[in-house]
Design a protein around this ligand. Structure first.
Ligand code: DP6
Length: 354
């Protein structure tokens, strides 16, 4: 089969990845912990059209529709990054695939068409690199195993080595994508990302993403990773974040929701404080972001919702799925002009076989 479709969800970090020790390989300065989402995801279709003697050409198909969603526009630099990533998968994965008894074969010659689309509006400015690189990595791996897809799928679902290896390769495309292969809770430390088992007492969660502003980001997250190192608050950040990851992991394992709410609140304020105090300081906050934070703080203090922000102006409000409709109304009543995306916790990347 020469046509492969894979999907991967985005994830929202509870304790943030910010700062790298190796920016070539996207090795993080500190461990991080996230919740995998479900509907906010990327669908990638790879189609190999064999033919010709020339080397394989990777072709990004503009304006494609995948699973009913239209592909975002991508710059030439973005397309080059995607091509490099596919090469990376083709170079790094075959050894492991062979050791798992699979028979990878790298497509030689012809054209590899890429169609990729996000299920969330492009203008929303939600980070899509996590879901995009995770879906792309899985799809490219499946292209290698296109003659034995069923065995590949079995290994993907049952052998942690394959998932870990895909996650590690994906990380080199975009760091946070390594947390999108499992779910709902994933910890990433060094070159490994693995699932964290929650207590049965942990509620099933929804993520209500309150969208604030729709313009492109002035500072990319890759640049933010560099600039934070110049903040005087960087000192001690790795120790504090590492400690919080341990505490958050424990809170998830014991079902201590209120503690988790507290660690999440502390950590995103700290990350944004690093942005605000970098030598060339910057902010993602818009007036509406601040208004939401002021309004929500008392509820966070009572442990009614978990709030966090990534490298952007949007505010993520995590609540139990049972209370999601109640919170949706409450936020809409208070901020009637703002759009809200609603998602739930999810299980991670998967292959669509049909
Ligand atoms: C603020 O994964 O986008 O969302 O590795 O340079 O691609 P690169 O960075 P990226 O960084 C995301 C940072 C964050 C926090 C997080 O997701 O942990």
């Amino acid at each position: 089969m020469n046509r492969i479709v894979a999907q991967a969800p985005s994830n929202i970090a509870i304790i943030k990845y910010m700062g790298k020790v190796d920016s070539q390989k996207n090795l993080p300065a500190n461990p991080s912990l996230s919740m995998t989402l479900n509907r906010l995801r990327t669908e990638v279709e790879l189609n190999w059209v064999p033919g010709g003697e020339k080397a394989l050409q990777v072709q990004w198909i503009h304006d494609a529709v995948v699973a009913g969603f239209r592909s975002p526009s991508l710059s030439d630099a973005g397309i080059a990054k995607v091509s490099r990533h596919i090469e990376r998968v083709f170079e790094e994965l075959p050894v492991l695939l062979r050791s798992l008894g699979l028979s990878p074969s790298i497509p030689r010659g012809g054209i590899l068409e890429i169609r990729s689309a996000n299920t969330f509006p492009e203008a929303a400015g939600i980070a899509s690199s996590a879901s995009s690189f995770a879906a792309l990595t899985l799809a490219a791996a499946a292209v290698l195993c296109r003659e034995s897809l069923v065995s590949f799928l079995k290994a993907f679902e049952q052998d942690v080595r394959l998932k870990q290896s895909l996650s590690g390769i994906s990380r080199q495309g975009s760091g946070s994508s390594c947390r999108s292969f499992d779910g709902p809770w994933v910890k990433w430390e060094g070159d490994q990302a693995y699932p964290v088992t929650p207590s049965l007492r942990m509620p099933e969660l929804s993520d209500l993403v309150v969208l604030v502003g729709k313009g492109a980001k002035e500072v990319s997250s890759s640049e933010a990773h560099q600039r934070v190192l110049s903040s005087p608050l960087w000192r001690g950040r790795v120790e504090r974040a590492s400690r919080r990851v341990q505490d958050a992991e424990e809170a998830i394992a014991l079902g201590e929701w209120k503690s988790l709410v507290q660690w999440a609140w502390q950590d995103f304020w700290e990350m944004h404080s690093l942005f605000h105090t970098a030598q060339k300081n910057f902010t993602y906050w818009l007036p509406e972001s601040v208004a939401i934070l002021k309004w929500i703080q008392p509820f966070v203090e009572k442990g009614e919702c978990l709030v966090t922000m990534d490298a952007g102006p949007h505010v993520h409000i995590l609540v139990s799925q049972e209370r999601s409709a109640y919170w949706l109304h409450k936020i809409r009543d208070t901020f009637p002009g703002l759009e809200i995306l609603e998602d739930t916790q999810g299980k991670g990347a998967s292959l669509c076989l049909n």
